[in-house]
Design a protein around this ligand. Structure first.
Ligand code: KIV
Ligand code: ZN
Length: 544
């Protein structure tokens, strides 16, 4: 058995299904480019049947990320997968979306647990077996690389799984993915499930990759994934920051760093360039508006912080006393003083390149202007500041509304007042003043009266990127459209509306707050005017 574990990233599909994780097509493309640079083996780029927008986003990723210029070694080109339910329409759409990739994959699934077959599918086990056989065979007529997942495998009868998976192999599937869809199993149970599948599935051979796909409802996703790998699975389905349905999916960074840090235990390799983990975590957090909890393993802001005196003392004596991984190995830079007021364009370009950002001339001009502006207000500019500045300048949706200027007055005397100037989609500049309970409230009221898109502010987070009074403030917000509420599923009558995240950074925290809110509103407006919201709602939560 190979000692290589393929990393199948589903941030853009299962991850994007988490409330608020909605990304624009441009953001998805950027994430896909970064996943390719990170070295993932498979990018599940989306669920093409969910909406024409999803199909188009997957198609672009297949063409641009999955089909790089000639000369790039085959081993470095990620497979691009599209998800499909086990029906011809979905499979056709998935194929339409991924066929432009050098290495396309159709990933089809059907539930196999008694609960799902009875209540959701209303199908007999025999019908399920028949459908899997027909649809895997159909997918195989289109695409050489077919993956099959028995949804809710974690709660399925193992004996029945052997039959279904045996049929999938017979019909041409080369990857069998075993999802613990509702995050129900324990590591011991999941080990036995994978071991049983490898030993007992008819037709199982070395050319078949067994894959694991775990959800984190009991906080066991990483443990279960590692248990599955120890039992012989050689593909792990994961997401950046562990985002995903409900409590999320297994996090990529945890599995990869566990395999690397405990190499003597596992003896397994991945193709991931771990120094990029911190950066891509930030990118996904900024695009989705989903903040990474400070104590999150590997990528949380406290993951390498040592607070207790006894720990600090130990660290000064030797790094290994309290650190099992080096921060540098996951891209948390220890470099503090990077650039200052007198640093030139060349130095900025070099530093950004070292950090993994390759900008063209126009982008570099913009970044340099922002850098100079920041250097006037902040003496020392660190890598973290540069990351925030790049995120603020480039990782944001198309500007429907753009902040053109603002002035706020607040304090203990008088009403907090904000005057906000926005450039609208028609190029017209609007200026409005509003009062509020505080400076952020006043600012948001002024923005609302210009933009006029009803929404609810669900979450507002603010934090300082670096230490010191001149630190950049970073704000992340999540908003929910009030117009977009729609009945998503006639059977369950669940009403659901998409949540949009926004991010902004500035040395002035009220300006950062305004930028974050405008970013989120821009996403909401793009989704509503370009018609993604309703269609996505109709499909979005049918998958785990
Ligand atoms: O969790 C799950 O079952 C899934 C499948 C569609 C693979 O996401
Ligand atoms: Zn899932």
């Amino acid at each position: 058995m190979t000692n290589y574990v393929k990393i199948f990233d589903t941030t853009l599909r299962d991850g994007e299904q988490s409330p608020g994780a909605t990304m624009t097509s441009a953001e998805k493309l950027e994430v896909a480019h970064n996943l390719a640079r990170l070295g993932v083996d498979v990018i599940e780029a989306g669920f093409p049947a969910a909406s024409p927008d999803d199909l188009e986003a997957v198609r672009r990723i297949a063409l641009e990320v999955g089909n790089p210029p000639e000369g790039q070694p085959e081993a470095k080109v990620p497979t691009i997968a599209g998800l499909a339910r086990a029906n011809k329409t979905d499979i056709d759409k998935a194929w339409e979306a991924v066929q432009g990739a050098r290495n396309p994959r159709i990933h089809t699934f059907l539930a196999t647990s008694a609960i799902h077959m009875k209540h959701k599918l209303k199908m007999d086990p025999e019908e399920v077996v028949q459908r899997v056989s027909e649809m895997v065979a159909y997918a195989k007529t289109l695409c050489a690389d077919v993956e099959f997942s028995p949804e809710d495998a974690g709660r399925s009868d193992p004996e029945f799984l052997y039959v279904v998976l045996g049929e999938a192999i017979k019909s041409g599937a080369t990857t069998l993915n075993i999802p613990d869809t509702v995050g129900y199993t324990t590591p011991d149970e999941f080990y036995k499930l994978i071991d049983g599948i490898i030993r007992n599935t008819p037709g199982m051979h070395d050319g078949i990759t067994v894959s694991v796909h775990c959800h984190d409802d009991l906080g066991l996703a990483t443990a279960n994934t590692l248990a599955g790998i120890q039992a012989g699975a050689r593909q792990a389905e994961v997401t950046i920051n562990g985002i995903g349905e409900r409590a999320g999916n297994t996090s990529l960074e945890e599995v990869v760093m566990a395999l690397k840090t405990r190499h003597p235990v596992f003896g397994l390799e991945t193709g991931i360039e771990t120094q990029q983990l911190s950066r891509i975590s930030k990118l996904v957090s900024n695009y989705t508006g989903i903040v990474v909890q400070p104590n999150k393993a590997i990528v949380g802001s406290n993951a390498f912080a040592h607070e207790a005196g006894i720990h600090q003392d130990g660290m000064l004596k030797h790094q290994t006393t309290y650190e099992i991984m080096r921060p540098e190995d996951v891209g948390v830079s220890q470099t503090n003083l990077v650039l200052g007021k007198h640093s030139g364009r060349h130095a900025l370009r070099n530093r950004l390149a070292e950090m993994g950002h390759s900008l063209d001339e126009v982008e570099l001009d913009k970044a340099f202007a922002r850098f100079k502006e920041l250097a006037d207000r902040k003496k020392v500019i660190t890598d973290l500041d540069l990351e925030a500045l790049i995120a603020d300048e480039f990782y944001r949706p198309r500007d429907v509304y753009l902040l053109n200027g603002m002035q706020v007055s607040c304090g203990t005397m008088g009403m907090p007042t904000a005057t906000v100037r926005l450039r609208g989609p028609d190029g017209v500049v609007h200026t409005v003043a509003a009062i509020g309970t505080g400076p952020v409230d006043a600012t948001y009221k002024a923005i609302d009266s210009i933009v006029n898109v009803p929404c609810t502010l669900l979450e507002f987070n603010i934090h300082a990127i670096t230490e010191g009074i001149d630190a950049l403030g970073e704000v992340t917000v999540r908003i929910q459209s009030e117009n977009g509420k729609s009945t998503m599923d006639a059977q369950s009558e669940v009403s659901y509306s998409r949540v949009y995240g926004g991010h902004g950074a500035d040395t002035d925290i009220i300006v950062a707050s305004a930028k974050a809110y405008i970013n989120a509103l821009n996403k909401l407006i793009i989704a509503q005017t370009e018609g993604t919201e309703k269609v996505k709602n109709d499909f979005g939560v049918m998958l785990g």
